[in-house]
Design a protein around this ligand. Structure first.
Ligand code: ATP
Ligand code: MG
Length: 256
């Protein structure tokens, strides 16, 4: 049975989408069958994997709120072995529409359970908020992976995120675990990045991935070409890092 990983942090711009795209693509490169679900109305994971978000007919919105089957929502990405359930701006209205629906926290889970067996990994990119879309992602998932940007306010909001995850575990998804945190946008030339890593390690009693994602301009460029980093520049430091992260993610499961 496949493992479902939510990439979440309500803080904006910390590298959730970059991690979703490139962890998914690196897992696929290692021969895994992967599905990436874009739960963010910004649709950046969708376009970053080579899918025109304004042309897709069925998105997460249709999956959650209309009588559309899961199969009809799955698109193939530019990367072999990597499928996508897309998103676009239409999803921004879903939050309000979801409120009055029964079982509103479990709509995604009901749909995704049907195809768990078709994939080794399902990676869900969450929006930068602890809203119903994020809650749906967390009730569907086995684990949450939290990207932390190496900047001064890295720890801000982290305790709130951990508290939310624990509440969801208590009330909605008893199996949910925090898989770990991964540092992103590390800049080895500054003391700040090093200090942030040390500070978070001291304050956070959680699994921290050994792999640290460096700040690498190729990672920022790749989405505008609709490609994950391993296709855009396979030898870049960003591609190497996400490959190592994918190996660690696979290892985590084997250690269970
Ligand atoms: N390791 C990196 N090196 C250089 N640039 C990066 C790196 N990771 C992310 N970026 C850039 O930083 C910006 C924010 O990254 P990203 O979109 O992945 O964050 P996010 O957490 O998904 O943001 P949001 O909260 O808006 O969804 C993007 O422009 C992205 O290209
Ligand atoms: Mg994002």
């Amino acid at each position: 049975m496949g493992r479902i990983i939510a990439i979440a942090n309500q803080k904006g711009g910390v590298g959730k989408t970059t991690t979703s795209i490139n962890l998914s693509a690196s897992l696929a490169e290692l021969g895994k069958k992967v599905l990436t679900i874009d739960m963010d109305p910004q649709g950046n994971t969708t376009s970053g994997l080579g899918i025109d978000k304004n042309q897709v007919e069925n998105t997460v919105y249709e999956l959650l709120l209309e009588e559309v089957s899961t199969d009809e929502c799955i698109y193939t990405s530019v990367m072999e072995g990597l499928d996508v359930i897309a998103s676009n701006i239409n999803l921004s209205g879903a939050e309000v529409e979801l409120i009055s629906i029964e079982n509103k926290e479990f709509l995604l889970k009901e749909k995704i359970n049907l195809l768990r067996d078709n994939y080794d990994y399902i990676v869900i990119d969450c929006p930068p908020s602890l809203n119903l879309l994020t809650i749906n992602a967390m009730t569907t998932s086995d684990t949450v992976l939290v990207p932390i940007q190496c900047e001064y306010y890295a720890l801000e909001g982290l305790s709130q995120l951990i508290h939310t995850i624990e509440l969801i575990k208590e009330r909605l998804n008893p199996d949910l675990e925090i898989e770990g945190v991964v540092f992103t946008m590390f800049d080895g030339r500054t003391n700040l990045s090093l200090q942030v890593v040390e500070n978070v390690k001291e304050n956070l009693n959680r699994n921290i991935y050994k792999t640290i994602i460096p700040r690498n301009v190729r990672l920022a460029e790749a989405p505008s070409y609709g490609m994950p980093i391993n296709m855009y520049d396979t030898r870049s430091s960003g591609a190497e890092a996400y490959r190592l992260l994918a190996e660690e993610v696979i290892q985590y499961q084997m250690n269970k």
